[in-house]
Design a protein around this ligand. Structure first.
Ligand code: ZN
Length: 180
C-alpha cells in the first residue's frame, strides 16, 4: 500500500475497521459497557511478529484472542482495536466496551495495539495515520472525550510496551491530534 504523499489530503472522517466476524473472532464470554466516553487512549504493541497484510494479521488476531481467553483468562481479546502495518484497523472489543489491557485503567480508557514488536520495528506511516483517523472518529462519535490524553502503556505500568520506536513517536502524534 502506498504511503501518503506530502500535500495529499487525508480524510480524517473515515477509517476502515475490519469487524470481528471478518477476522473470525469467537464470541466474548462477557462484556462490560463503559459508563462514559474514554478519558485516556493507551497505545500498546502486541510484541509479536510484525503484521502488514491480512494473510498475517488475521491468524495473528485469532492467536492473540486465544491467548487472552485461554492463558490470561480474559473475557475476550484484551484490546479495543488493533492496527496492522498496512494501516488496517481491526475491531477488538470495539468502542464503548471495557477492555483488559492496562490494569486499573481499563474502565476509563481505550486500548489500541499496533501489531508487531516496536522495540525492533518502526511503525509504518499507514498505521500511524490509521490511529489518528480512528481517534478522530472516536471523538466525533462520542466514544472518546475531546480532551482525551494519549499515553503509552509504559506511562501507566511497568512495561516496555509499546516499544521504544512507537513510544518515541507519541509526542508527535499528540501534536498532530491537536492540529485536527
Ligand atoms: Zn501494552
Amino acid at each position: 500500500m502506498d504511503g501518503h504523499t506530502p500535500g495529499e489530503t487525508v480524510d480524517m472522517n473515515s477509517v476502515a475497521v475490519v469487524c470481528r466476524r471478518a477476522w473470525n473472532a469467537v464470541d466474548p464470554r462477557d462484556r462490560t459497557e463503559m459508563k462514559s466516553p474514554a478519558q485516556t487512549v493507551i497505545v500498546h504493541h502486541t510484541a509479536l511478529r510484525y503484521c502488514s497484510n491480512p494473510c498475517d494479521s488475521v491468524p495473528q488476531l485469532a492467536h492473540i484472542q486465544h491467548m487472552h481467553l485461554q492463558e490470561r483468562g480474559f473475557d475476550d481479546i484484551g484490546y479495543n482495536f488493533l492496527i496492522s502495518g498496512d494501516g488496517v484497523v481491526y475491531e477488538g472489543r470495539g468502542w464503548g466496551i471495557v477492555g483488559a489491557h492496562a490494569k486499573e485503567h481499563n474502565f476509563h480508557s481505550v486500548g489500541i495495539a499496533f501489531m508487531g514488536n516496536f522495540n525492533d520495528e518502526l511503525p509504518s506511516s499507514e498505521s500511524l495515520s490509521a490511529l489518528l483517523r480512528l481517534l478522530h472518529i472516536g471523538v466525533l462519535h462520542g466514544h472518546v472525550r475531546p480532551n482525551f490524553v494519549l499515553v503509552g502503556h509504559r506511562d501507566v505500568a511497568k512495561t516496555a510496551c509499546p516499544g521504544e520506536h512507537l513510544y518515541s513517536l507519541l509526542p508527535k502524534l499528540r501534536e498532530q491530534l491537536q492540529n485536527h
